[in-house]
Design a protein around this ligand. Structure first.
Ligand code: NAD
Length: 141
C-alpha cells in the first residue's frame, strides 16, 4: 500500500486512542440494554468517572432513570439520582444516538429456551434492522 496505512495499523492506532480515552475517563461508554446487567454497568462506569449513555427499547427504563429512580429492587435511587443530576449518566430510547459512544456494551437478554439453550435472537436484533430495535450496523460512526 502506497502512502496508506494498512487496516491493521489503523486498527492499532484506534485501539490505542480508545485505550487512552478509557484510561483518562474521557470516553463515552454506551450500554445497550439497561436490565440486571446493563444498569449496574452504567452505575459502575458512571461512579468511576466515565460518562455513560444507556439505550433500551423499553421506554419506562430511561424514563425512570431520568427521574433519578431505580427500577431494580437491590439498587437504591440514591445510586441513580446523583449520576443523572450530574449528567454522568443519560438514558435514551433514541437509537440514532448509537453513533455517540466510543465503546458499546451489549447487555440484551439471552433467555433460556424450553431445551435450556440460550435464545440468542436478541443479539442480531441489536445488530441488524429490526422494527422494534433500530439497529447498530447503520448507526456506528
Ligand atoms: N442477570 C444476571 O444475573 C446475569 C448474569 C450473568 C450473565 N447475564 C447475561 O447478561 C445478559 C443480559 O441479562 P439481564 O439479566 O441484564 O437481562 P434483563 O432482561 O434484565 O435486561 C435486558 C434489557 O435489554 C433490553 N432490550 C431488549 N432488547 C433490546 C434491544 N434490541 N435494544 C436495547 N435494549 C434491549 C430489555 O428491555 C431489558 O431492559 C444476558 O445475556 C444474560 O444471560 C445475566
Amino acid at each position: 500500500m502506497h502512502g496508506m496505512q494498512s487496516n491493521t495499523a489503523k486498527d492499532e492506532v484506534c485501539a490505542q486512542a480508545l485505550g487512552e480515552r478509557l484510561r483518562q475517563k474521557t470516553a463515552l461508554i454506551g450500554v445497550i440494554g439497561l436490565g440486571y446487567v446493563g444498569l449496574p454497568i452504567c452505575i459502575a462506569a458512571g461512579e468511576s468517572g466515565s460518562k455513560v449513555l444507556g439505550f433500551d427499547v423499553d421506554p419506562t427504563k430511561p424514563e425512570a432513570l431520568a427521574r433519578g429512580e431505580s427500577y431494580l429492587k437491590h439498587i437504591p435511587d440514591e445510586r441513580i439520582a446523583p449520576l443523572i443530576a450530574s449528567g454522568q449518566l443519560t438514558a435514551t430510547t433514541d437509537f440514532n444516538r448509537l453513533s455517540e459512544p466510543d465503546a458499546l456494551l451489549i447487555c440484551v437478554p439471552t433467555p433460556l429456551t424450553a431445551h435450556l439453550d440460550p435464545d440468542l435472537s436478541f443479539i442480531p436484533k441489536v445488530m441488524m434492522f429490526d422494527l422494534y430495535a433500530p439497529n447498530l450496523a447503520f448507526r456506528l460512526r
